[in-house]
Design a protein around this ligand. Sequence first.
Ligand code: COA
Length: 288
Amino acid sequence: MAEPFEPFRKDLLAGKTTLITGGGSGLGRSMALRMAGLGARVAVVGRRQEPLVETVEAIRKAGGAAASATCDVRDPEAVAKALDTVEGELGPVNQLINNAAGNFLSASEDLSPNAFNSVVQIVLYGTFHATREVGRRLIERKQKGEILAIVTSYVYSGSAFVLPSAAVKAGVLAMMRSLATEWAVYGIRTNAIAPGPFPTEGAFSRLMPGSELEKQALRRVPGKRFGEHWELTNLVAYTMSDASPYQTGDLVTIDGGEALFSGQQFAGFAHLDRASAKEMMAALKPKK
Ligand code: COA
């Protein structure tokens, strides 16, 4: 376990009003709390009211400003209405974190068209609806802003058994990168962060069925531990702050080296006791 580290001024995000989709639970909730703790006014939206209300209460209890509205990001009108509601409470939103996602394990040949469509609607369309709505408002108000998409460490490689997610996350990255050039003229930065394994109830209950799979997942991380939420939210806060004004169209991976480990043919040696690994390698060295 890594000890939380506080690198920021308390007012790092003062002046930011941030909409976080799927902000009532999991990583979205952690981002909401962290950003509010650094001075952002935070709006959380999602399908279920209860976790949204609980997150808003937690933020307010800690002295922050927050509001919530229920909406399904698949519905563009509902997204616009939710934005109207939270802007009514917090003032104009000038940042967006596209965090809401849908994912489940399935053999691809067993996927129904509707199953594929559900994930496409939530992740690809949902990101488009929220991004377009926030972007239009920023452009109209001549306000600069920051838009972030939470993607995944398999965004480049694709991944077996989560095909809809792999396909749409690549699309979301392309969306952020397209907008980085298109909307730079408006002062809008668009970036993506690709987290590796950060335990959350939602993702782990869907994607990590049982301790054996969890052990396997741990073995793919060179440091043999999952990420702590604060490690991710530090990166999110930096990316969304005025500390990074030249960063746009970027993808930052934060996975403890998991993706590299999986792609490196000899990475398995890192899991052996180093002395025995060296012994094995020395035994292969030609004798003089
Ligand atoms: N395996 C295969 N198909 C599945 C599935 C699974 N585990 N879960 C759902 N589906 C299929 C359903 O059978 C249905 O298809 P059908 O109509 O052909 O039978 C289709 O997906 C839609 O299911 P439904 O439950 O109606 O969708 P929903 O819109 O209510 O939920 C999901 C969307 C499926 C993505 C759901 O998992 C969800 O709401 N996830 C949100 C949170 C999340 O996934 N977080 C993790 C992020 S890493």
